[in-house]
Design a protein around this ligand. Structure first.
Ligand SMILES: [Zn+2]
Length: 308
């Protein structure tokens, strides 16, 4: 097995090329990067903060944090996921300063509960939402565990997708990505709790068999182990449709089964990341305020960009 986890790299050649140019201080490249991600980050921030001034602040600070920590991004999760995790920290900071709280959709109402209670078997693996230090950890055993679990989960999800077993996929998404109980999963999907338990049992069995030869930080039958699966799922977003698939959903050009699945993922599960992409694409033609925000971001990050 590749102990350094190269098989997990989620950054494309084109992105790597852009990042390399940014690292060299290329303003054009940075501007292109900001243009590419600003819209979806803004949609995400607006959905959580509701006020555009706060949302713009959070997005601006996200880009500042990104460029200041550019060396820390090693491609272990997609750029978009990394940016979302930085943004989410900014939003939590804003909440703290506002002391406001609101819950909506499944992910919000359940994951906030999970976030609080999550025990952390890898210590510094607190999920991308809580710390960026995870990206720096290079311990060999840790890398092997992470790679094995990631591959096992990816295999499970891909298996369901390629067999078009969307009901099974929805069940494990609710269980592992949203981290909610069998009972609530059954209620949300309108199915028998026994079916949920069965799919969960089979899925965990498949994962355990895949990792049987490894020593893990948590007993594979424990609650901690399931927390770990959720952390990894949140980072890798195994079941999130590609941005192009969300675009096809928006245009109504997907096959029915895929359309229904994406619809579930967006509107019932309420995946915040995919919703942000969806909103961004919907608003892409409305380019008003964006120019101003763009100017703000470029201005506030200019000092951190290396001079050529
Ligand atoms: Zn998603």
């Amino acid at each position: 097995m590749n102990s350094h986890g190269d098989s997990l790299l989620r950054v494309t050649k084109a992105e790597q090329y852009l990042l390399d140019k940014i690292r060299l201080g290329n303003t054009q490249a940075w501007s292109e990067f900001v243009d590419r991600y600003r819209g979806r980050l803004m949609s995400f921030a607006m959905a959580k903060l509701f006020q555009s001034a706060d949302a713009e602040d959070a997005v601006q600070e996200t880009f500042v944090a990104f460029i200041k920590n550019l060396q820390g991004y090693r491609g272990e999760c997609a750029l978009e996921t990394f940016l979302f995790s930085l943004l989410r920290r900014k939003i939590i900071d804003t909440y703290r300063s506002r002391k406001a709280k609101h819950f909506c959709l499944i992910q919000d109402s359940y994951s906030s509960q999970y976030d609080k209670e999550a025990s952390d078997p890898f210590e510094s693996l607190a999920g991308p939402t809580q710390t960026a230090s995870w990206y720096f950890k290079a311990d060999e055993q840790y890398q092997m565990q992470k790679v094995a679990l990631t591959e096992a989960l990816a295999e499970l999800v891909d298996g369901f997708k390629s067999a078009l077993k969307f009901r099974e996929l929805q069940i494990i998404e609710l269980l592992f990505y949203c981290h909610i109980s069998n009972k609530d999963t059954a209620k949300i999907l309108g199915i028998d709790e026994k079916n949920v338990a069965l799919i969960k049992h089979r899925s965990l069995k498949q994962i355990r068999e895949r990792i049987a030869s490894l020593s893990l930080p948590a007993d594979p039958s424990s609650e901690e182990f399931e927390n770990l699966l959720t952390d990894i799922w949140k980072l890798q977003r195994f079941s999130c449709p590609k941005r192009s698939t969300i675009g096809a959903y928006l245009l109504g050009t997907l096959d029915k089964q895929w359309h229904d699945y994406v619809d579930f993922h967006l509107n019932k599960l309420g995946c915040r990341f995919c919703m942000a992409n969806f909103e961004d694409m919907k608003n892409q033609n409305i380019k008003n305020q964006n120019r101003q925000l763009r100017a703000r971001i470029m201005e506030s990050t200019a000092g951190f960009l290396k001079k050529p």
